[in-house]
Design a protein around this ligand. Structure first.
Ligand code: SF4
Length: 233
């Protein structure tokens, strides 16, 4: 779907344009063919946002996933998508295309969203995307990621993880912005102690407990370890 995004999130250094080049119609076939030859067990597809396209590129995503599953039925496929401009029917289209894991990143806490993400990306809209993916295909694993160290408070992080917010999100990744960082434009990088509790194994391991659902669909032997979710403060 190209190397040029129609959005301009402040943490991202991808090229941006209002009118990127058109999609390559052969990309789904070529991608599926290459992946099937590599013999991988798990692949992650992602793309720039394409707000210039009527469907946001959802059909291109869905076609790619469908072709991968035709050529390599045992390969697990994760798609990290944009929000398709809030068009949840397009989210459903991708979710039902044969996908195993639907990923869409909330990136940061709600309070910092306007300062971190492109103005068209909304925190609640991203939650709607994840919920719509889960509704479209119940057994689908949904996943999101959040960067820590942008100035969020610990309470804001806990609020993000609580209650309704994570009702449909199975896996949450945390990225420590001071470790991984690329370039943050216009944003001060504020070292934040808020990330410390969330980088500890006792917090991270329980979040992995839903993974057996995914593992059972692969041929790998399953782990016998079980984890108990820790209570939110
Ligand atoms: S939508 Fe994704 S690729 Fe585009 S600017 Fe934002 S983070 Fe970068």
């Amino acid at each position: 779907m190209g190397d040029t995004c129609t959005r301009g999130c402040r943490f991202c250094s991808v090229k941006t344009s209002k009118a990127p080049p058109p999609l390559d119609p052969h990309e789904p076939e070529h991608t599926a063919e290459a992946l099937s030859r590599w013999g991988l067990g798990y692949v992650v597809l992602t793309s720039v946002d394409r707000d210039d396209l009527v469907d946001g590129g959802a059909r291109h995503f869905a076609e790619t996933i469908s072709k991968i599953k035709q050529k390599a039925p045992t390969m697990l496929v994760e798609a990290l998508t944009g929000d398709f401009g809030g068009d949840l029917s397009m989210v459903g289209l991708v979710a039902r295309s044969g996908l195993d894991v639907y990923a869409h990143n909330i990136e940061t806490v709600e309070e910092l969203t306007p300062f971190v993400r492109d103005r068209r990306a909304k925190f609640r809209q991203s939650l709607d995307v994840l919920e719509a993916a889960k509704r479209a295909k119940e057994e689908l694993i949904t996943k999101t990621s959040i960067m820590l160290g942008l100035g969020e408070t610990e309470d804001q992080v806990w609020d993000t993880l609580k209650g309704e917010y994570i009702i449909t999100i199975i896996i949450i990744n945390f990225f420590a912005s001071f470790i991984l960082f690329q370039t943050i434009r216009l944003l001060p990088r504020i070292p934040s102690l808020s990330m410390l509790p969330f980088l500890q194994p006792p917090f991270l391991l329980p979040l992995l407990s839903p993974l057996p659902a995914l593992q059972s669909s692969s041929s790998s032997s399953s782990s016998s370890s079980t984890t108990t979710p820790i209570p939110f403060p």
